[in-house]
Design a protein around this ligand. Structure first.
Ligand code: G6P
Length: 605
């Protein structure tokens, strides 16, 4: 979702702004813009709808000189993706870029209209520029004017201000949405994340909630929510860890799928050492009476899979919900319960709000997050990194399997703490987990078969995915991946639910993807598959060799998976879900890494 960059530099900043915005592309956007202050103090801007290449073209024909500038990629919330709604928003001497939502913007809009000002766009952001310009008109300095405006804003936001006649000033503010200040040599930067700033500096200060920073080339003065000077640490970031390139692959997603054996291995080695689980001491599930699992999108499906493990292996009762429902349904939570929040970005607005809802009601909050510096990592009592590395493809792949790996380790820890597994039994399960990277590596070879199947799937209007047990959420994830990447309507169902509705959709034009390793539920899933085939449904069965041999008869196609993984085989089945969606999207020619309308890190409700 929206990306912010700001530079007080020593060269022309337009190319640098665009370069940084390119690094923020992965978050998802539908328009972009930059504003600069030139040597004579003039504030100018250029904006363009669509991909960054449109903005770059614009800048070739209408260059934007200046050593100070701000830039933005916008994912439309208030108002369509038009040039008028694109950021930076400008009024008089003020230009503003913004990530998040200003919740009281209608009230503020009425207020500025009553002052005789006329908004030119439909956005909430323009109101910030209008109000700040108005305060300057009343004789306030840029800093005073920005502060007076910030004091009125409700909601979650990251903001950057630039001012005409002020080539050595940027103001940054954050409440909710992330924002970092980068320290250079005689240059200063602001950005939505370290990825955007890494070409310029490896010294970064993360602003905290309610902070604002007055930035000049000489440094940043940071103030907390109460307006008092705040000392915020400068962190040295590992620039290597922020490298984003496709590594020879056609798409980031292809690279990220292929990286799974390695990153899953990293995550497992972090939490399993010498055959034992290594977790912070505070993690002991012995007295936990209930576990609440919360997430959004793919992270929610990881939580769905984990529920099967926590319940069946550890006997731990679980509640499960998407964050956007959980945060508002006022769930009563036991003080002896724990709540676990699963999130790749660690910034998803609903998941963060769900954590804030739960934190003084439960005994412990745990964040299972990929971005270690994120809000969820900071605000949870315990943060457990999933160690997938940067994921650029908007549709999650390696982040999902790494979430599953960490959740599997936690479920085994819970099972042991609660006396449900002996040392030896736990060790046997850990061995199954440690075998997964190798098995995942073998699983990558299904890519070629998925490519062949893609021409069939790409013709379909609807696709059904079926699974049982932990494979049910994997089926949901498979359907989500196909929808996200190829825009084909797809639904995941618990196999047993088939005859309660979706069977009405079955005809020879609806591909039905069945994920079913040869486990205790296999025969039941095969019966459901027979019901599909009896109605001319075209089945793709994904199973191990034994499962294909036993149940593959009469299917349109099958994919043979390696057997193994024990209780955690579901993790392997994520791979064909990813490749089917990926190759179908490639066959259809859709934008694999940045599907339309989607954003990587969803910082608005
Ligand atoms: C967006 C992304 C998904 C992701 C979901 C939750 O919808 O496109 O890939 O699963 O947000 O994000 P999180 O960062 O909390 O895991």
């Amino acid at each position: 979702m929206c990306g912010i960059i700001g530079i007080l530099g020593s060269h022309e900043v337009s190319p640098q702004l665009v370069e940084a915005l390119k690094r923020l592309e992965y978050r998802g956007y539908d328009s972009a813009g930059v504003a600069t202050v030139d040597a004579s103090g003039q504030l100018n801007r250029r904006r363009a709808v669509g991909k960054l290449v449109n903005l770059s073209d614009r800048l070739v024909h209408e260059p934007l000189p200046g050593h100070a500038g701000i830039g933005h990629t916008r994912w439309a919330t208030h108002g369509a993706a038009t040039e008028a709604n694109a950021h930076p928003h400008r009024r008089g001497p003020v230009a503003v870029v913004h990530n998040g939502i200003i919740e009281n913007f209608r009230e503020l809009r009425d207020e500025v209209i009553s002052l005789g000002l006329t908004p030119e766009s439909e956005t909430d952001t323009e109101i910030v520029a209008l109000m700040t310009a108005w305060h300057m008109d009343q004789g306030n300095s840029p800093v005073e004017a920005a502060r007076a405006t910030l004091a009125r804003l409700h909601g979650a936001f990251a903001l950057a201000f630039l001012f005409e006649g002020e080539g050595n000033l940027m103001i940054a503010a954050r409440k909710g949405s992330p924002l970092a200040v980068g320290h250079g040599k005689g240059e200063m930067f602001i950005g939505s994340d370290a990825v955007a700033l890494s070409p310029f500096t490896d010294r970064i200060t993360y602003l905290e909630d309610g902070d604002h920073a007055i930035i000049t080339r000489e440094g940043a003065e940071i103030f907390n929510a109460a307006g008092a000077p705040a000392n915020r640490e400068i962190q040295q970031i590992d620039v290597g860890a922020t490298q984003i390139d496709k590594g020879g692959y056609r798409h980031f997603m292809a690279k990220e799928i292929a990286e799974q054996p390695a990153v899953l291995g990293d995550a497992l080695s972090h939490y399993i050492k010498d055959g034992r689980i290594v977790l912070p001491e505070a993690i002991n599930f012995a007295d936990v009476d209930r576990l609440t699992l919360v997430g959004c999108g793919t992270a929610y499906y990881a939580a769905c899979v984990a529920r099967y493990w926590f319940e069946s292996l550890a006997g731990l009762p679980c509640d499960l919900d998407v964050a956007s429902e959980f945060r508002y349904r006022e769930p009563p939570l036991s003080p002896k319960s724990w709540a676990m929040f699963v999130s790749q970005s660690g910034e998803t607005a609903d998941t963060l709000a769900a954590l804030h809802y739960a934190r003084d009601k439960v005994a412990k909050t745990v964040g299972v997050v990929n971005v270690g510096t994120s809000a969820i990592a900071r605000d949870a009592d315990i943060a457990l990194p999933t160690l997938a590395g940067i994921e650029v493809g908007v549709a999650s792949s390696k982040a999902f399997t790494c979430q599953l790996a960490v959740l599997a380790v936690l479920a085994l820890k819970a099972a042991h703490d609660r006396g449900r597994l002996t040392d030896a039994e736990q060790r046997a399960h850990l061995e199954d987990l440690r075998a997964l990277p190798g098995l995942l590596n073998q699983t990558l070879s299904v890519s070629d078969e998925c490519r062949s199947l893609a021409s069939w799937l790409s013709e379909a209007q609807d696709v059904l995915y079926l699974g049982r047990g932990p494979l049910y959420p994997v089926a949901l994830e498979g359907a989500l991946k196909l929808k996200e990447l190829s825009y084909i309507h797809a639904e995941g169902y618990a196999s047993g639910e088939l005859k309660h509705g979706p069977i009405a959709l079955i005809d020879r034009n609806v591909p039905v993807v069945v994920v079913a390793p040869r486990d205790a539920l296999f025969d039941k899933t095969v019966s459901n598959m027979q019901e599909v085939m009896a109605r001319h449904g075209q089945v793709l069965l994904i199973s191990d060799a034994e499962g294909i041999e036993k149940g593959g008869h009469g299917t349109r196609a099958s994919l043979t998976m390696p057997s193994g993984g024990g209780a955690f085989a579901a993790i392997l089945y994520a791979v064909p879900m990813q490749y089917l969606a990926y190759h179908t999207a490639v066959a259809k020619g859709t934008d694999v890494d940045q599907p339309r309308n989607l954003a990587k890190s969803v910082t608005v409700e």
